[in-house]
Ligand binder design. Structure first.
Ligand code: TXA
Ligand code: MG
Length: 312
């Protein structure tokens, strides 16, 4: 952890596990290091990054005018799969926020991520900017091997990939805009609208509703994103030669390659990205996914699948 933290402080990149997906980290105060994230990912420079911190005590370093409801959310759900978008402080440079006057902040819930962030803070670091550790537009990695497959060709010899096993949640954090009087969900995830309402007493606006801040750019909200090379079809009957992802109660038709058979929603989210990756590994041209119904994590899963089905 100390070595990895020192690497970040020296301007290197460190990919690390979180409970959602693996992130590609750089010192959030070092413009050159952050610029390398963009080139390694092939990501447009105006897409903002999430700053990861070791505990909510660090929120004040990065944010100004944090509303009371955002403090409730931080208390209730950090460390956890939730990113708060707040007014930025002077510490949050344009090179992290994509030039916006807000910044996304998250305390991840994974022992390796927290160990890294604590070691980084102890060595004088303020925060680690990290997007998901995939090339722009493709499926987020949920294992260290997947990070290596995505980015190995683009990383330097001094960069590190920390292996913390498979991510337990499997889909990216819920992003909540906390810059107006009511929270607004910009990207659905493991922290659901019901949980937000319970914590804050406020009914959050959802991502489909008219945005309070139309200028906000959420790259994960681009229509085409989270997509494997295979073409993804939703809620149709799979035919021979295709891959298939569906709840375990569904049978696999003859000649179809079953890629995942989750027993519940948690397993569906956890296994989804590795199953999409497996389709590409096996060279399948087409994958059929039967989407889970209902609320909670199912909303996040359908959000990602909608975009995956639009292709790259
Ligand atoms: O679970 C996660 O959030 C993972 C792990 C590594 O923490 N990170 C992640 O980062 O998914 P990324 O960059 O792949 O997606 C973060 C999303 C982007 O779509 C970005 O546009 C949005 O967060 N975002 C970051 N800062 C923002 C801001 N100030 N305003 C609006 N959206 C923001
Ligand atoms: Mg991403």
């Amino acid at each position: 952890m100390a070595d990895a933290a020192a690497n970040l402080l020296a301007g290197g990149l460190v990919a690390f596990p979180t409970e959602t997906v693996y992130g590609l980290g750089a010192n959030a105060c070092n413009a050159d290091a952050v610029a390398r994230i963009y080139s390694v990912k092939g990501r447009p420079a105006d897409h903002p990054l999430i700053v990861h911190i070791a505990s909510m005590d660090g929120l004040g370093d990065w944010a100004d005018d944090v509303p009371g409801y955002a403090i409730s959310l931080a208390r209730d759900f950090w460390p956890g799969p939730m990113t708060l978008v707040v007014k930025r402080s002077g510490l949050a440079g344009d090179f992290v926020t994509g030039g916006q006057d807000t910044v996304g902040v998250r305390v991840p819930n994974h022992p390796v991520a927290l160990g890294l962030l604590e070691a980084f803070a102890k060595a004088g670091g303020k925060g680690v900017a990290a997007p998901s550790a995939n090339r722009f537009g493709s499926v987020s990695p949920t294992t260290a091997v997947a990070v290596h497959e995505e980015l190995g060709d683009y990383l330097d010899a001094d960069d590190l990939i920390l292996d913390g096993g498979p991510s337990a949640v499997g889909v990216e954090s819920t992003i909540i805009d906390c810059t107006s009087d009511v929270p607004q969900i910009l990207r659905p995830g493991g922290i659901t609208a019901e949980m937000i309402e319970q914590s804050t007493g406020l009914k959050p606006l959802d991502s489909e509703q008219e945005s309070n801040s139309p200028e906000i750019r959420v790259s994960g909200s681009l229509e085409k994103h989270y997509a494997p090379a295979a073409k993804v079809f939703l809620d149709v009957t799979p035919i021979a030669g295709q891959g298939f992802i569906a709840a375990s109660r569904r049978v696999t038709p003859t000649g179809v390659t079953r890629l995942a058979a989750p027993k519940n929603l948690d397993e569906f989210a956890r296994d989804l990205y590795s199953a999409l990756r497996k389709a590409d590994e096996l060279g399948l041209a087409e994958v059929v996914v039967e989407q889970p119904q209902g609320d909670g994590l199912a909303i996040a899963i359908r959000d990602r699948l909608e975009r995956a089905s639009k292709g790259r």
